[in-house]
Ligand binder design. Structure first.
Ligand code: ADP
Length: 495
């Protein structure tokens, strides 16, 4: 039957995972790569190092599992989103290091655009807010700051790509310069209504059309790998930006289905169907994928500090030695004892959007102890998720029936139970936790007929554990009202 090879190119590591027809992981190889911080606020990656680590882990996972390349039916790619690279079309050499999504160097340029009232029409076309996070302003920065870059771009000698485009360019020996709508919709240059690069946005950011990759669907054969890479030409058949790939891997294929990834931060995406839903509550509208000629959309909301609050408790307060230990500490008390932590260490994201908010620990009494603070830390992840979901439900008019979860902190049972209690809907953890890589595998496998239809994928999705809401409504209301007061205390602090 063969296997699907998923390349999961993340912010800190490159991974390669082999999946079989049941969606089960058959092998994993992973390598971290260098994070460059040239100045405070700047974050860069060496694209050649990304490429080298990615090829190495792909070969490694085949070797470790004794898999012949002939067994690989297709390759799927999922990637850190928005990270921006320009390279020479003829030589394949990057003209500078990639500017990583976290990089803030274009913040003042974006602020200017906002000050000039460009926000609403850009949101209408792209579904995004104007922010340094997305690729558009980063491309412009490279064209303006790397010697001769603009001239070479105007002559058609350079390529722009997010990391998916870069990997496919390299994998195909420079034959394919492509991307998919889930990645294109994170650039601030792609019109999510017409599904095309937008000339007005290209003008605004002063970006020549010739730089841009061709936007193909998320599931089709884009090209084949160069023979000398794996000794065999393997079809590359799926692309998904990491969060959208996770939504696909969680089999959230129908309007109203949602997943939340509990990692350093939280990323919640809700499938909203075949039309974009414009947010009135500071969420992003994004293309989930285009499969079989059909574009589907999602609402996205992120929480900046989630699992990172647990790291703070571990590293700054020394309450625990490892993140999972927080569960036992928090379980020493029955409830938060009135203590709330708002981990607004870097301001608050959706739906509050307050860059001046700062962390707040409130509601303490003489009896409050470490366990209460640990509990408040875990609960803060669930409260923030609750707020994002409330905004999503308000925007979409859809009421959630269950939340599918993944990511490191989703393994915390106490947190997941509290999340279910707070949302009043079941929280469900799947058997396969590698949902991002799995989503890319599914996109690729569908394109080559390894899986015939989405129903096959949905049938593969298996529940490992379900958390049913048990908390009475009045208790939920009381907790949420405490949280709202705590958020008020944190807001505007640094302003
Ligand atoms: P990322 O992909 O963002 O690096 P992961 O999905 O690997 O994140 O999850 C790691 C994060 O989850 C860390 O911030 C860590 O503090 C947190 N974490 C891991 N295990 C647990 C746990 N059992 N309970 C609570 N938080 C956890």
């Amino acid at each position: 039957m063969g296997l699907i090879l998923s390349l999961d190119q993340g912010t800190t590591s490159s991974r390669a995972i082999l999946f079989d027809h049941s969606g089960t992981v058959r092998g994993v190889a992973q390598e971290e790569f260098t994070q460059h911080f040239p100045e405070p606020g700047l974050v860069e990656h060496d694209a050649n190092e990304i490429w080298e680590t990615q090829v190495r882990v792909a070969r490694q996972v085949l070797e470790d599992t004794g898999t012949s390349p002939a067994t690989v039916v297709a390759i799927g790619i999922t990637n850190q989103r928005e990270t921006t690279l320009l390279w020479d079309r003829a030589t394949g050499e990057p003209i500078a290091r990639a500017i990583v999504w976290q990089d803030r160097r274009t913040a003042s340029f974006c602020q200017d655009l906002n000050d000039h009232g460009k926000g609403p029409w850009i949101q209408e076309r792209t579904g995004l807010v104007i922010d340094a996070y997305f690729s558009g302003s980063k491309i412009r920065w490279l064209l303006d700051h790397i010697p001769r870059a603009r001239e070479r771009a105007e002559a058609g000698d350079l390529c722009f790509g997010t990391i998916d485009s870069w990997l496919i360019f390299k994998l195909t020996g420079g034959r394919c310069h492509v991307t998919d709508p889930s990645n294109a919709s994170r650039t601030l240059l792609y019109n999510i209504n017409t599904c095309a690069w937008d000339d007005d946005l290209l003008d605004l950011f002063q970006i020549p059309q010739s730089l841009l990759p061709e936007v193909r669907s998320s599931s089709e054969v884009y090209g084949e790998t160069d023979l000398n890479l794996f000794g065999r030409a393997l079809p590359i058949a799926g692309i998904g930006g990491d969060q959208q790939a996770a939504l696909f891997g969680q089999a959230c294929h129908a309007p109203g289905q949602a997943k939340n990834t509990y990692g350093t931060g939280c990323f919640m995406l809700m499938h909203t169907g075949g039309e974009p839903v414009q947010s009135k509550n500071h969420l992003l509208t994004t293309i989930a994928w285009n499969v079989g000629g059909q574009t589907e959309y999602a609402l996205e909301g992120s929480v900046f500090v989630a699992g990172a609050a647990v790291q703070w408790l571990r590293d700054q307060l020394g309450f625990v030695q490892s993140a999972p230990e927080i569960e036992a500490l928090a379980a020493e008390v029955e409830d938060n004892g009135g203590v709330y932590l708002v981990p607004a260490f870097a301001g608050l994201g959706a739906p509050h959007w307050d860059p001046y908010a700062r962390g707040a620990l409130v509601g303490m009494t003489r009896g409050s102890n470490r366990a209460h603070i640990a509990r408040a830390t875990l609960e803060s992840i669930a409260y923030q998720t609750h707020d994002v979901l409330a905004a999503m439900e308000a925007d979409s008019g859809i009421t959630l029936t269950e939340l599918r979860v993944d990511g490191g902190a989703s393994l915390n049972d106490l947190l997941m139970q509290f999340q279910a209690d707070l949302l009043g809907v079941p929280v469900v953890r799947p058997a396969v936790s590698e949902t991002t890589a799995l989503g890319a595998a599914y996109l690729a496998g569908l394109a080559v007929g390894y899986w015939k239809q989405r129903e096959d994928i949905a049938a593969n999705w298996q529940e490992a554990k379900r958390f049913e809401p048990q908390m009475p409504q009045d208790e939920r209301d009381k907790l949420l009202s405490g949280w709202r007061k705590a958020v008020q205390a944190a807001k505007g602090w640094a302003g």
